[in-house]
Design a protein around this ligand. Structure first.
Ligand SMILES: Nc1ncnc2c1ncn2[C@@H]1O[C@H](COP(=O)(O)OP(=O)(O)OP(=O)(O)O)[C@@H](O)[C@H]1O
Ligand SMILES: Nc1ccn([C@H]2C[C@H](O)[C@@H](COP(=O)(O)O)O2)c(=O)n1
Ligand SMILES: [Mg+2]
Length: 223
């Protein structure tokens, strides 16, 4: 066991010392979080951090937590908050970008508290991909990405965890006015139309007319 002062020192070294913008991307298993995040990355330049992928990479790396993470994921259960939060913070520290999509995080209140305690970061907003369970089950069962937890028994458990632990957080962000809900039961492109509108409205864009005027003034001055 790590002594408490030693643990505080490790926590301090994990703090994020840069101004960053974070968007939480929430939705049930198979709602399309990963799919939409890839498109947001292409169009808006975010870095995509999938909590599930970070855990799967940790299992593959053969780390001391790997076996424990593997077993929990295959039972459809959640991994301890400090484990996933440390992986997310490390990934943010190692990335030279200032805006991040946290896909599949937070999954419960304890995840959120651990993240807030360590980083003091509040999400700009929360994107929620709202999809009926039958559609999500259909998508996950035909995903074919070799995920061990994509079997009907584990999927059912993942849905129960989503309903019991994650949906209350969705309601919490709705009550704070931070939730951006999208109907995810449409085609990938239709869903992205709605997602694009949300991200476009939050981007601070340079005012091109002012820049153009400034450059044309400089050009005429140098002639
Ligand atoms: N709008 C959509 N319509 C039809 N299929 C979709 C749509 N969005 C994603 N899919 C497909 O559904 C499957 C699940 O999508 P994706 O992996 O993006 O979901 P996810 O929310 O990240 O799931 P998980 O929480 O299990 O990681 C993939 O095979 C993907 O290609
Ligand atoms: N905050 C998190 C995120 C994910 N997990 C575990 C449990 C999930 O079933 C699994 C796969 O996640 P997905 O790729 O479906 O987003 O990872 C967790 O314990 N805590
Ligand atoms: Mg995913």
């Amino acid at each position: 066991m790590m002594g408490s002062s030693n643990k505080e020192a490790v926590d301090a070294s994990l703090q994020i010392h840069k101004q960053i913008k974070v968007v939480f991307v929430m939705g049930g298993p198979g709602s399309g979080k990963g799919t939409q995040c890839s498109k947001i990355v292409q169009e808006f330049g975010y870095t995509h951090l999938s909590a599930g992928d970070l855990l799967r990479d940790e299992v593959k790396s053969g780390s001391e937590n790997g076996a424990m993470i593997h077993d929990l994921m295959n039972e459809g259960k959640l991994v301890a908050s400090d484990v996933i939060v440390r992986l997310i913070v490390k990934a943010i520290q190692e990335t030279d970008n200032d805006k991040f999509l946290l896909d599949g995080f937070p999954r419960n209140e304890d995840n959120l508290k651990a993240f807030e305690n360590l980083t003091k970061i509040e999400p700009d907003f929360v994107l929620y991909l709202d999809c009926p369970e039958e559609e999500m089950i259909k998508r996950v069962l035909s995903r074919n990405q070799g995920r061990e937890d994509d079997n009907i028994e584990t999927i059912r458990k993942r849905f129960r965890v989503f309903e019991e632990s994650t949906l209350p957080l969705v309601d919490y962000y709705a009550s704070k006015g931070k939730l951006r809900r999208v109907d995810a039961a449409r085609s990938v492109e239709e869903v992205f139309e709605s997602v694009r509108a949300i991200f476009s409205s939050t981007e601070v864009r340079p005012r091109p007319d002012r820049h153009c005027n400034c450059f044309s003034f400089l050009r005429s001055f140098c002639r």
